[in-house]
Design a protein around this ligand. Structure first.
Ligand code: PFF
Length: 457
């Protein structure tokens, strides 16, 4: 049934922009810089880049090809390739269900920052304890709580999903995205020239192998899946909309470059500045989910016309976040709608209620629920960990096994080679059959040994 009504992107560029719109979001601007700062700077960057052009490439081409070949979204697609892998589609579908609620919590933080800038409170945001007080619910009034902003953010996302105005959003993103890139470059240049930033640049660019551990690879791999929207069925769905005659390999290359470039620039905006504010030393940086919110307002405070730059910047980040959360929620709505035979409206309402309920613990996790920890993590970090470091590697592993050992890499390469040569075919085959699965097993095993305390890594 799904097949008959399949809509399609009108052009290859339309496809690339839509996929890049889903890929570029908070993952690039909020998540990548804090992970880079946390996991040793240059060494994280290096591991990430290597993974992106090998593993990321192989997995993205696999997912888009599966989607285009079967014309189905993930739940049906895995099953149609091999009945025994039907459960994998469900597991992949579970990932957006876990990510959407906490993604909206961060989206709410961005919205609050935008609101404060536009109301002329930029100076307050640059204060040392502002962010901590905000997420800690120490600020009193309703308008100041993360819960309020989370609910507003979920509502905005839900209204767009309900109205289905994707077309409008696509048009706006075509303008907003380039502006975001330009503005990020301006901010990055400014942060790089701050006194003390040179140490930060060194930290970001020069890999220090003594900072390397299995955790670096696990974090970089999780980030790569997250940022490129891989191992969660999204690219399969997008692939199912891709015109048969377009060049699949080239599109993947472009999405990859775009996504990685934005993450790289975001790192340049934030990492040197954090080091500069840390007295010019990369030692003891306390990098976590609050990094962007704590550091950037300080940078803007030092810039000429910083309040205007801050306002525009948070508006653009808000926009990048919204385009991503809309596609996340849209995915969940279509799964719920299809499987529970619900119309779009009731399905959206049900998903919105679910997102609100699931998001509340993440939202309160740094404030009223600060005492509650899961595996030593706050709720938001826990959900982030389960999806990025556990579920996505598992989905990626079985996808590689399915393609590499059950249905054969030819299934994918034939689809890629419909009208064009497949330049990186050997790389793809070796990655999917051997390197990627072995890498994932080693990393997950190391992680389990670490968490259970058998062996510290
Ligand atoms: N890739 C997005 C980011 O980096 O922010 C997150 C994401 C958006 C994942 C949309 C999945 C998705 F459908």
């Amino acid at each position: 049934m799904e097949k008959k009504k399949r809509s399609s992107f009108s052009s290859r560029i339309g496809f690339v922009l839509a996929a890049a719109g889903s890929a570029v979001g908070l993952g690039n601007i909020w998540r990548f810089p804090y992970l880079a700062a946390k996991y040793g700077g240059g060494i994280f960057l290096l591991v990430y880049l290597i993974l992106a052009v090998t593993f990321g490439f192989a997995l993205m081409i696999t997912e888009i090809a599966i989607g285009r070949k079967t014309g189905l979204s993930c739940i049906g697609a895995y099953k149609s390739l091999d009945k025994r892998f039907g459960a994998l589609g469900w597991l992949a579908a579970l990932v957006p269900v876990i990510i959407t609620p906490y993604y909206c919590v961060i989206g709410g933080w961005v919205m609050k920052y935008f609101f404060e800038y536009i109301s002329g409170n930029g100076l307050a945001l640059a204060g040392d304890s502002y962010f901590g007080n905000f997420i800690g619910f120490a600020d009193g009034g309703l308008l100041s709580t993360p819960l309020f902003w989370f609910l507003v953010y979920v509502l905005v996302t839900a209204v767009v999903v309900l109205l289905g105005v994707e077309k409008g959003i696509e048009k706006v993103s075509k303008v907003m995205m380039p502006v975001l890139v330009l503005l990020s470059i301006v901010v990055a240049v400014f942060s790089m020239t701050m006194p003390g930033a040179v140490e930060g640049l060194k930290f970001y660019f020069i890999p220090d192998f003594s900072h390397f551990s299995i955790k670096t690879v696990l974090a970089a791999m999780g980030q790569m899946f997250y940022s490129m929207s891989l191992a969660m069925g999204i690219m399969i769905t997008y692939g199912s909309y891709m015109p048969k005659e377009s060049n699949l390999e080239r599109s993947v290359g472009q999405i990859e470059i775009f996504d990685t470039a934005i993450a790289f620039i975001a790192g340049l905006m934030i990492v040197p500045a954090v080091v500069a504010f840390n007295g010019g030393s990369a030692e003891g940086i306390n990098a976590g989910p609050g990094l962007m919110f704590g550091t950037l307002p300080k940078v803007f405070e030092k810039m000429w016309a910083g309040h205007i730059v801050g306002t525009v910047f948070f508006l653009l980040v808000l926009f990048a976040a919204l385009t991503s959360s809309i596609s996340l929620m849209e995915t969940v709505v279509s799964i719920v709608g299809d499987k529970l035979h619900m119309g779009r409206k009731p399905a959206t309402v049900a998903v919105t209620v679910g997102v609100c309920l699931l998001g509340i613990p993440s939202c309160l996790g740094y404030g009223p629920l600060a005492g509650v920890e899961l595996l030593g993590m706050q709720f938001l970090d826990f959900f982030d960990f389960i999806s990025n470091s556990v579920l996505m590697p598992i989905v990626a592993f079985f996808t590689c096994i399915l393609i590499g050992w059950f249905v054969g890499t030819k299934t994918v390469s034939d689809e890629v080679e419909r009208n064009f040569p497949f330049h990186r075919k050997r790389l793809f085959e070796v990655m999917v059959r051997w390197i990627a699965p072995i890498l994932i097993v080693c990393i997950l095993a190391g992680q389990i040994l670490d968490v259970t305390g058998v062996m510290k890594i």
